[in-house]
Design a protein around this ligand. Structure first.
Ligand SMILES: [Zn+2]
Ligand SMILES: [Zn+2]
Length: 110
C-alpha cells in the first residue's frame, strides 16, 4: 500500500467513516475483546451476516467475538445469534431509526 493511501474513507450512502477493510466503527463495542466477555483471540463478526454482511460493516453492525463464540453464533447457538441481533438493533435505532433499520436490513429482530 502506498504511504499516501488514506487510512479511512467516507461512505457517501450511510455517511460513516470506513476503514481500509470497509468497516464503520462498531456501534456495539469499542475494544477488541470478545463481545461475550472472553479473553481469547477474536475475529470480526458481522451481526446481520449473509446478504446483509456489507450493510453490517458499513453501519457498524459488527463485533469482535472469540473463535468459540463465532462458531456458536453461526452453527450451534441460535439464541446467541438472536441476542446479538436484538442488541445490535437497539444500538442502531439509538443513532438512526427503526425506519432506517427496516430500509437497510429488511426486517426487525425485536
Ligand atoms: Zn461471523
Ligand atoms: Zn467468546
Amino acid at each position: 500500500m502506498a504511504e499516501n493511501t488514506p487510512k479511512y474513507f467516507i461512505d457517501t450512502t450511510y455517511g460513516e467513516r470506513l476503514d481500509s477493510n470497509g468497516y464503520a466503527p462498531s456501534l456495539l463495542s469499542d475494544d477488541d475483546s470478545c463481545y461475550f466477555g472472553h479473553g481469547l483471540q477474536t475475529v470480526r463478526h458481522e451481526v446481520f451476516f449473509g446478504p446483509n454482511r456489507t450493510n453490517s460493516k458499513r453501519t457498524g453492525m459488527w463485533v469482535y467475538v472469540c473463535t468459540l463464540c463465532h462458531n456458536e453464533i453461526h452453527h450451534t447457538d441460535g439464541e446467541k445469534d438472536r441476542r446479538l441481533k436484538r442488541e445490535a438493533q437497539e444500538a442502531f435505532e439509538k443513532v438512526r431509526s427503526h425506519e432506517d433499520l427496516i430500509a437497510i436490513f429488511g426486517r426487525s429482530y425485536t
